[in-house]
Design a protein around this ligand. Sequence first.
Ligand code: ADE
Length: 359
Amino acid sequence: MTFQSSQLFQRDLLRWYADQARDLPWRERDDQVVDPYRVWLSEIMLQQTMVATVKRYYEVFTEKWPTVFDLASAKEDDVLAAWSGLGYYSRARNLYRCARYVVEHYNGVFPDDESSLKKLPGIGDYTAAAIRAIAFNQPAVVVDGNIERITSRVLKFNGVLPKAKKELKKQASFLFEGLSDSHGDFPQALMDLGATICSSTSPRCLLCPVQAHCAAYHTDDPELYPCKAPKKKKPVKYATAFFIQSDDGSFYMRKRGDEGMLAGLYEIPTSEWKKNILNQNDVKDNSFFNLIKKEYGKGQITHSFTHFDFVVDVLSGDVECQTILPDGEWIMYNKIKNYGVPTVMKKIIDEGRRCIKKA
Ligand code: ADE
């Protein structure tokens, strides 16, 4: 371990942050006090999603639901619709449950202690620490992917991820050691450093405010930290989707069940999702295939989920009458924004329409 002084590291980083902090909508501005509801909302959105994407969704959510009371009294389907496209939809369902819990059990005031925060839906170690530090200026070791990367470089941590992840998280506490104030600014300064300078593939070490404290800077290839085991190839799954349009131009969607992947969201009906390319009989035996009166040909989309890549053949066709499908809804294209529709289904809808227009 070569890290000599966390205090000097903190001083240099915080000086840089005072001048270079990104202007992000959930951050405290001169005339505002930090609002725990907004910090919590932004942190849930920022789990797994890039800042640039989150900004747009954050603006929509805070406009529609400016307080935790507003969000708690929304309809779950409206929250899922507003979340549509952000991915990892269990975050949206937990967000809604958490808002209701905070209103019901804490009269709308977010708790500030670790154990109460971690009992709330969707809040784990990282988010509890981030809320305590950023919303309440409490000392907390906040460790996200950026902070892991910076830690591994500053300390020249030789453990190999993902196996050494727990140990790396522990090592991150060295950066926070002895921090006497700025408990909210310090982790956010690390995040900004990770996003703008200490990036994963091409760190800009010459511009780095904490270069002097960084062990990896003195190696030829700081970007080799953190050390990572080679990635396993993702498995592929296959399905056929049935994009069924009615004579008024609406198409059929149904709501998925309350459990499992994409729970509670709207989908275009599909065959089973299988590990092997589908046999044509699987498609022909499907009841949705048999509803199609006029077929417009086949398109294809691909989509990457966290644990598998998805290849979907899209069969589009017409039915004569809408009422034969009572368990879903006929939806017009321009009304899609009112429904919780995941990106994979948006791709299928656009592909189905493209095939119909081309025919
Ligand atoms: N990523 C997660 N939380 C963040 C924050 N508060 N600021 C910038 N990036 C983040």
